[in-house]
Write a protein that binds this ligand. Structure first.
Ligand code: FE
Length: 141
């Protein structure tokens, strides 16, 4: 489900489709409490998609242990999948990451990630859905 066209829905529609937790994160830019989400500690191989619109966002190959309590990735599947926005809320200067297709809030990006990018995409579990890799498929080089 990544056809490229944008997904635009009313807040009413989003409220109907998403769980309260997903709605709070994706549509109201909430943050789940650290170490509480579904995926922060997951090491399974597969693909993480946007819980709002289904666009594929991150591969488990780029997930790493950051011990910050949220799923952390050092890159997105490709740069067209995410969008960046300056976020000066809470007295901090941060860069917000959203899904490029539906505009859903995913989390923030920081410069303290591992090589090769040095980036840390710090993403809420609630904004993601996970699809395990098919058994027998080989990891990407
Ligand atoms: Fe999306």
């Amino acid at each position: 489900m990544s056809t490229g066209e944008k997904v635009a829905k009313s807040e009413e529609e989003w409220k109907k489709e998403l769980s309260p937790e997903q709605y709070q994160v994706l549509r109201e830019k909430g943050t789940e409490r650290p170490f509480t989400g579904k995926y922060w500690d997951s090491k399974e191989r597969g693909t993480y998609s946007c819980a709002g619109c289904g666009q594929e966002l991150f591969e488990s190959d780029t997930k790493f242990e950051s011990f910050c309590g949220w799923p952390s990735f050092w890159d997105a599947i490709d740069k067209t999948k995410v969008a960046y926005h300056e976020d000066n809320s809470l007295g901090m200067r941060r860069v917000e990451v959203t899904c490029s297709r539906c505009g859903g809030h995913l989390g923030h990006i920081f410069d303290d990630g591992p090589r090769p990018t040095g980036k840390r995409f710090c993403i809420n579990s609630a904004s993601l859905t996970f699809k395990p890799a098919e058994a027998g498929s080989s990891p990407k080089p």
